[in-house]
Design a protein around this ligand. Structure first.
Ligand SMILES: NC(=O)c1ccc[n+]([C@@H]2O[C@H](COP(=O)([O-])OP(=O)(O)OC[C@H]3O[C@@H](n4cnc5c(N)ncnc54)[C@H](OP(=O)(O)O)[C@@H]3O)[C@@H](O)[C@H]2O)c1
Length: 290
C-alpha cells in the first residue's frame, strides 16, 4: 500500500511514519522544517499538491499537517485559512482525482467544552478560529469516499523537538523554573505512539467515518502536570494552579473537552492507554535515548 503522510515533520505525522508497517510504501512530507527522508509539500499550494500526488499516486493520504498554534490562528486568519481550509480542500480534490483514501487529523476543539468528554456523534460547536478551521477541514474531508476522520487531543511524546505539554513540564521543572497550569481545562491526554497505533489499525481494518483516538483518562491539566512531576521525580512545588482566564490567551478554550474512546476500543480491538501508562512509556523512551 502506498501512503503519503502529509506533515510527517510534526509530532503526530512523525509517529505515524515511524510506526507504519514496514511493507507499506510511505512518503512523508515537511513544509518549513526539512527533515532527512521527507519531501517538501506546502498544502496551501494547490499546484504543488497535485504534482506530489501525480508523483506518489498514494492509495492513502494522511493529512496531519496544520497551522496548529491555536492563539496565532486568531491573529493570522489568512494563514489559518490557507493551511487549515484550503489545505484540506487541495488534498481532498487530489485524493478524489487519484482515488486515494483521505485521512484527516481533527481535534476535540471542534466542541465547546460545556459537557465533555465527547462521543463521535456529539454536535460540534467550535469556540475559536483554529477550532472553526479544523471543523471546516472535517466537512471538506467528508466529501471524499471512504474517508477517515480522526479526532484527538493533548498529544504528547518523547520527542525532544516537540513543544508538547509533557516535554515542556519536564524541561521547565527540570531547569528549576516555575509553571502556572490551569486546573479548569479538562481533556484526555494522548500518547502519540498509541494514537499512531490506533490510526494504523483503523486503516488496516479499512474503517471509515469519524473515530476518537485519544487517551483513556479524563483529567485536568494541573492534575496531569502533578502526575508528570511525580513520575519524572520533579519538584511539584514549582507548579502553581491557576484558572484559564488568568492565562490571558487570545483563543477561547473548550474547558470540559476530551474524547470518549469506546468506539475505537470496540471496533478496532485496541487499548487506548491512560495517563500513567503513557507517561511511563515516555520515561522509558527518554531513558533509552540517553
Ligand atoms: N498535538 C495535539 O495535541 C493535537 C490535538 C488535536 C489535534 N491535533 C491535530 O493533529 C495534527 C498534527 O498535529 P501535530 O501535533 O503533529 O502538529 P505539529 O507538531 O505542530 O506539526 C504540524 C505539521 O504541519 C506541517 N505544516 C504546517 N504548515 C504546513 C503547510 N502549509 N503545508 C504543509 N505542511 C504544513 C508542519 O511542517 P513543518 O514543521 O515542516 O513546517 C508539521 O509537519 C494537526 O492536524 C492538529 O490539528 C493535534
Amino acid at each position: 500500500m502506498k501512503v503519503i503522510i502529509i506533515g510527517a515533520s510534526g509530532q503526530v505525522g512523525g509517529a505515524i511514519m515511524r510506526l507504519a508497517p514496514k511493507d507499506w510504501e510511505t512518503t512523508g512530507t515537511y513544509s518549513g522544517k526539512p527533515k532527512p527522508g521527507l519531501i517538501h509539500l506546502d498544502v496551501s499550494n494547490r499546484k504543488e499538491v497535485f504534482e506530489v500526488f501525480e508523483k506518489v499516486r498514494p492509495d492513502v493520504a494522511i493529512l496531519s499537517a496544520a497551522f496548529t498554534n491555536v492563539d496565532l490562528c486568531e491573529t493570522d486568519k489568512e494563514r489559518a485559512d490557507a493551511v487549515n481550509v484550503s489545505g484540506p480542500l487541495n488534498i481532498c480534490d487530489a485524493s478524489v482525482k487519484h482515488g486515494s483514501k483521505m485521512v484527516y487529523m481533527s481535534t476535540d476543539y471542534v466542541f465547546d467544552g460545556e459537557n465533555g468528554p465527547y462521543r463521535e456523534d456529539d454536535a460540534p460547536n467550535p469556540l475559536g478560529y483554529y477550532a472553526w478551521t479544523k471543523l471546516e477541514g472535517e466537512r471538506i474531508t467528508a466529501f471524499t469516499p471512504n474517508h477517515l476522520i480522526i479526532r484527538t487531543t493533548g498529544v504528547y511524546s518523547a520527542d525532544p523537538d516537540s513543544l508538547n505539554f509533557v516535554m515542556q513540564v519536564i524541561k521547565r521543572l527540570g531547569a528549576g523554573e516555575s509553571m502556572r497550569v490551569p486546573s479548569d481545562q479538562y481533556g484526555t491526554p494522548t500518547l502519540a505512539d498509541n494514537l499512531a497505533e490506533g490510526i494504523l489499525t483503523l486503516l488496516t481494518l479499512g474503517k471509515t467515518g469519524i473515530f476518537n483516538v485519544a487517551g483513556s483518562d479524563f483529567m485536568d491539566r494541573y492534575s496531569f502536570s502533578l502526575l508528570i512531576a511525580d513520575i519524572f521525580g520533579l519538584d511539584k512545588t514549582l507548579i502553581t494552579q491557576i484558572d484559564t482566564p488568568s492565562l490571558g490567551q487570545k483563543a477561547r478554550r473548550p474547558l470540559r473537552a476530551g474524547l470518549i474512546v469506546e468506539k475505537i476500543e470496540k471496533e478496532a480491538g485496541i487499548k487506548m492507554v491512560g495517563a500513567r501508562e503513557g507517561l511511563m512509556f515516555v520515561k522509558e523512551r527518554l531513558n533509552a535515548s540517553r
